[in-house]
Design a protein around this ligand. Sequence first.
Ligand code: WTA
Length: 658
Amino acid sequence: MATQETSQLERELGELLDVERFAPPESFRSGALWNDPKVYEEAEADWQGWWARQAEELLDWAQPWDTVMDDSDPPFYKWFAGGKLNASHNCLDRHVAAGRGDRVAFHWRGEEGEERDVTYADLLRDVQKLANALKDRGIGSGDVVGIFLPMIPEVVVAMLACARIGAPHNVVFGGFSPESVRERMEFSDAKALITVDGARRKGKTAPIKSAVDEVMGDLETIETIVVVRHTGVDCELREGRDVWYHEALEAADDECPAEPLDAEHPLYILYTSGSTAKPKGILHTTGGYLTGAAYTQRYVFDLRPDEDVWWCSADVGWVTGHSYIVYGPLLNGATSVMYEGAPDYPDKDVWWSLCDRYDVTLFYTAPTAIRACMKWGPQYPERHDLSSLRLLGSVGEPINPKAWLWYWKVIGGGRCPIVDTWWQTETGSILISPLPGITEAKPGSATVPLPGIDAAVVDEDGQEIGEGQGLLVLRRPWPSMLRTLYREDERFVETYFSKFGPRTYLVGDAARRDSDGYFWVVGRIDDVINVSGHRLSTAEVESAIVSHGKVAEAAVIGQADEDTGQAICAFVTLEGDLEGTGDLESELREHVAKRIGKLARPKRVIWTADLPKTRSGKIMRRLLRDIAEGRELGDVTTLRDPGVMKDLEGKFASDGDG
Ligand code: WTA
């Protein structure tokens, strides 16, 4: 019976594979916020005026700006210079003042099924208290505050309390190891850290505060650690430095007026992986970033704050969580769902049960999650009523057409447009995406740049490629762009603005443009690996592996993977004549988990006596990629010792699954 149903679905999906374009369903199109393509022309006619209009309509300014965009010192662009506003005021106060304090901001669901509805008024109350508590501890404008918290409402309070007093937050994804947290606190000179006693994951509890203590002990810049009591697991609070979140709130004053800040005041730093082992501290500022987040949240997702229930299933520790769990939805006064747990806990239908329970209308997730759901089978979503859904979104990596079609059919019931949204930590908000009431979708393509955005595919010389593959670039500044890499201006210029000059942003992705002008992002051009939509740098993982005492040398590549998009494959040379064993492989994987986090553990470890290198000693990862993906080897003429590749090829053949 089940097999028959599956094959019926497979047949239907197979037929859909031949459909090249999916026009917005008429039922959606007719009622969409935007359904007239003239928005593209309007934006093109005066793109700065377009952004000024968005900033004015979507945000509340304490003082208007003098200049929309100041490009006197490219690539250090300024947006809305002279203007003043406060992010926390825009997310909370203005909605409460307009009588919407009782509106639910988050339907929070805990892993064990607990439910908590947090209203805009609740958030405003706690944000003011926490902001005062931070101020009482000497934290003020410009001081960096680290945040290492799981998916609980307190993380939103923490971010907005920082924004309220002009202290840039530096959130670290909960899946990173305490050592990574420490590194990010050190790089940013964080003065305080907001963390938790313990975190829950699939029914287990992991101590967080005590693990953080082990590595944070001697970091003197951290003067305050605020600890949220969540799991009740034991932890020590160091006298004079640490304080319970609930006690700090209780002791703090109720009122903390939102300070109007310069439009270019730093809002947050978010570390992401680049080409070297040291993560890049992406810096976002206030006015432009908020404009981008509010604009895309409203028009890409066709958000109606009075009717919709929004759910972005990302973790708040990634940029997707910053822009589409916190700032985008709250700026628009929306109601969201926030779920603490994993998509398969307590069972593989938990997401769909929550969509049903809270009547979710707009759902945003990653291709890797969709592929996992596909693998688990349609019986899980079929257990629940998903008829409230009216739009679906995807982000993080290219979505393969098969997953797109499954999402469309099984989750969206063929009535929900899918927006495949392309963007990066650096871009702050979505830049290439369909507008759901206008754009015809092609499964696998993020389609075309949003109104106001100028993207192009160019060749190595910067010449535009009308049709074909090349480098993706952005040819004009946009409000939510990164302003620099924290304390690394030179690296900022070098990474993004050296290849084609200070007016053309080099994205780091390769893309193809088709005859309709649609963009198909193919993948990274640098040494960044995308595992389940999470960015990791090969150098970062290599340096973690090499820091193990038994390892002499390592090279890491991303290998195509059916489930996670790419998977980490490590080629490892051991010290002396040590033998690579299964035990040592597990040890290495644990070592990497400890240094970076579980997400960076290599899926495969290949022992090798030597690595392919050029005569100047540079590791030729390109050849390792060829081998791992079973391709003909590319140009090997620069190889110092061709014998190395013969050995490796032999290894892969005997490994079986290469
Ligand atoms: C990739 C996540 C294809 C891309 C928001 C980009 C995508 C990197 C898409 C940024 C998409 C993201 N289609 N590729 N819709 N969305 N990417 O900084 O390679 O974690 O450069 O930001 O993910 O990853 P980041």
